[in-house]
Design a protein around this ligand. Structure first.
Ligand SMILES: [Zn+2]
Length: 403
């Protein structure tokens, strides 16, 4: 079976995760899907099982010489809550003509806006009907890993080392590694298959922190407020105006970090303003935290006393510090991409990945492309031929690691 056929089948599982639910996994459908995948792998003759937390582990024993590394492949079961995921109806477009793709609901997938489409002229695409996301993030990754596994067991003449597979829940809500069992997984290093274009080998992600700014105002009847009232709402807005306007998500790309206000709520007496702070450079992130603290200090000076307080907490770190010490892991992926006919590209991830957390837990774990794009929205799509290439790449990694 081809990877895209698996993706089409997997989209029937609505595996949206739920950040408001504390259980693991956060939604029962993820557990159903994990069990389904364990059965699918078991039917292929692979040892696989899903545990109560919704983690599915599988192992394929080595048929190569002893002493070769055990390589892991990881993808996530859940899909984003940022777009509807109920009743996904994927559409296969064969021999894409390179023009606009009209979906329902007035949604248009246009190469003018999404340049990568131009390179897919003549390919087959999987798109949504315009009412939901596709869930190729990360079911394309799962489909490719399962298709790789099928290839390995059906081609005993193809030499590979021990292979570990994990499908994890709740990645989209930041809990993908909460119950990850490194011992059960057992790999020496791994790859998350959770990126965009075929050819991506990502190993740099943001350093991340969040800041909560709390403003305590002083309420006075507005008729008698002159020189007396401190309006917490106004002070919160004032603080935001002191944060560099060009260092916002809407004005940054590549290696540029940002300050991103994610919520503001308030009354005259009390206002709370939340930011996420991001930078690939750890030193720069420290400076960003200092900028927020300095703005608060200036306002306290201006208004007298502790009007503004700031709480800062770290979220995740750039895996580059870990992975760059193991260049052979990146090299292996790059050789596999070349052997599958691609060009390796290492663009920085403008976010975090489970691989970052795993890298700091002792399992170096860069991220690879899946051949899908526009994740988390109705315009999400996957390219059939790129998914095939990604599968080829995974098979090549398994083979090259055993040489
Ligand atoms: Zn993902």
């Amino acid at each position: 079976m081809k990877a895209y056929e698996r993706l089409l089948r997997y989209t029937s599982f609505n595996t949206v995760s739920d950040s408001d639910c504390d259980s693991s996994p956060s939604t029962p459908e993820q557990l159903n899907f994990a069990r389904y995948l364990a059965e699918e792998l078991t039917a292929l003759g692979i040892e696989a099982s899903a545990n109560e937390f919704g983690y599915m582990y599988a192992h394929i024993p080595s048929n190569a010489a002893r002493g070769v590394p055990k390589v892991g492949f990881i993808a996530h079961l859940d899909t984003s809550a940022d777009a509807p995921s109920e009743n996904i109806r994927p559409r296969l477009i064969t021999n894409y003509d390179g023009g606009d793709i009209i979906l329902e609901n007035g949604q248009v997938l246009s190469p003018a806006e999404f340049g990568v489409l131009s390179s897919y002229k003549g390919c087959d695409l999987i798109v949504t009907d315009g009412n939901t996301l596709l869930g190729a993030d990360d079911k394309a990754g799962i489909a490719e890993i399962v298709t790789m596994a099928e290839y390995l067991v059906k081609h005993p003449e193809f030499k590979h080392g021990d292979i570990a597979i994990a499908f994890t829940p709740d990645e989209e809500i930041g809990r993908g590694t909460k119950h990850f069992d490194l011992q059960t997984f057992g790999a020496d290093f791994a790859y998350t298959v959770d990126g965009g274009s075929f050819g991506q080998v990502q190993f740099e992600n943001f350093n991340a922190a969040s800041a909560t700014v709390t403003v305590s105002g002083r309420s006075i009847h507005p008729g008698n407020a002159k020189y007396k009232m401190i309006n917490a709402i106004s002070v919160a807005v004032e603080l935001d105006s002191m944060i560099p306007a060009d260092a916002r998500p809407q004005n940054t790309e590549g290696y540029e970090g940002f300050y991103h206000p994610t919520s503001i709520e308030g009354t005259v007496e009390k206002a709370t303003l939340k930011y996420i702070l991001r930078d690939h450079d750890a030193e720069e992130l420290i400076k960003k935290k200092a900028t927020v603290m300095r703005a608060a200090a200036r306002l306290n000076e201006k208004y007298g006393g502790q009007v503004v307080t700031v709480g800062i907490s770290d979220s995740y770190r750039n895996m580059a510090d870990i992975v760059s010490r193991r260049p052979e892991i990146l090299q292996l992926a790059r050789r596999a991409i070349s052997s599958a006919g691609g060009t390796p590209v290492s663009d920085p991830i403008r976010g975090g990945t489970d691989g970052a957390a795993l890298s700091y837990m002792g399992l170096p774990c860069p991220n690879l492309g899946t051949g899908s794009h526009n994740h988390h929205g109705r315009l999400e799509f996957a390219c059939v031929q790129e998914m095939d290439k990604c599968t080829e790449m995974l098979i090549a990694i398994a083979g090259l690691a055993a040489q």
